[in-house]
Design a protein around this ligand. Structure first.
Ligand SMILES: NC(=O)c1ccc[n+]([C@@H]2O[C@H](COP(=O)([O-])OP(=O)(O)OC[C@H]3O[C@@H](n4cnc5c(N)ncnc54)[C@H](O)[C@@H]3O)[C@@H](O)[C@H]2O)c1
Length: 252
């Protein structure tokens, strides 16, 4: 498939997990992919996986919480790869704690990296997208947006992503920019492995427990989110905008 031939895609937090799978998927379908993570060294592994399969990708170091850094790196990406057509706001962190124990610093960090970074990247990217009257923005929300014990900060940030998405779809739609979000359930990545460790479990046991609560009786894999992000970034979803798509194995 070459749904993204001639397109330049930026994927943030793409050194590992869902971001890496998304970068690989977009590249496999013809996009030139900017693999963005905290350092270019961290992003290099994903780039190597893509280029080994004949794809086009380049590694960029950028803290997406820093607006000026985002502006500078997106300018480099557009110059290096020939434009900026697709943005995947994927970088994220957790700092879980029951609310009464949650320090302000952990509230601020999670809101900044999960939500303000999506403002930063979307705000810079829309300048390119509006000018060329073409763009796709897909952001990572989470099932936790509906409420999750120990994740007041993360739930607020991921619910914020849904409001940002709905509003950007209204404002950018007249410029042929589609804006959508994906809200995964439990996906087996380093993020959920860290959650397991924090609650004194192994990744395997934690996943098995999550599987029992999931109608499909298993947890998700990063590739199963990447394929949905790719759909929303493609012309297959040309009339889909302002939506948050839950991808969680059927859980209500
Ligand atoms: N894993 C899940 O179950 C799950 C569920 C719902 C939503 N999500 C969301 O999906 C996205 C990816 O999750 P994952 O599980 O692959 O996470 P992960 O922790 O495996 O990877 C996140 C990546 O983001 C990068 N990153 C963190 N802060 C950054 C910053 N300031 N600037 C640039 N890069 C930064 C990290 O270095 C890392 O490579 C996140 O937004 C997460 O909240 C994950």
């Amino acid at each position: 498939m070459t749904r993204f031939a001639g397109k330049v895609a930026v994927v943030t937090g793409a050194a590992q997990g869902i971001g890496a799978a998304t970068a690989r998927r977009l590249a496999a379908e013809g996009a030139a992919v900017a693999v963005v993570d905290l350092t270019a060294e961290r992003a290099a592994g994903t780039v190597a996986q893509i280029t080994a399969k004949g794809g086009t990708a380049r590694a960029y170091g950028c803290d997406v919480a820093d607006y000026d850094a985002v502006e500078a790196v997106f300018a480099r990406i557009a110059a290096d790869l020939g434009g900026l057509h697709i943005l995947v706001n994927n970088a994220g962190i957790t700092r879980d704690n029951l609310f009464f124990r949650m320090p302000k610093a952990d509230w601020d960090a999670v809101l900044t990296i999960n939500l303000t970074s999506a403002y930063n990247c979307s705000h810079v990217a829309q300048k390119y997208m509006v000018a060329q009257k073409y763009g796709k923005i897909v952001s990572l929300s989470s099932r936790s947006a509906l409420g999750n014990r120990g994740q007041a900060n993360y739930a607020a940030a991921k619910a914020g992503i849904q409001g940002l998405t709905a509003t950007l779809a209204i404002e950018l739609g007249p410029f042929n920019v589609n804006v959508n979000a994906v809200a995964p359930g439990y996906i087996a990545t380093a993020m959920t492995a860290a959650t397991a460790e924090r609650v004194g479990s192994t990744a395997e046991d934690h996943q098995a427990e999550a599987a029992t609560r999931t109608p499909l009786r298993r947890v998700g894999q990063p590739e199963e989110i990447a394929s949905v992000v790719a759909f929303l970034a493609s012309e297959d979803a040309s009339y889909v905008s302002g939506q948050t798509l839950y991808v969680n194995g059927g859980a209500r």
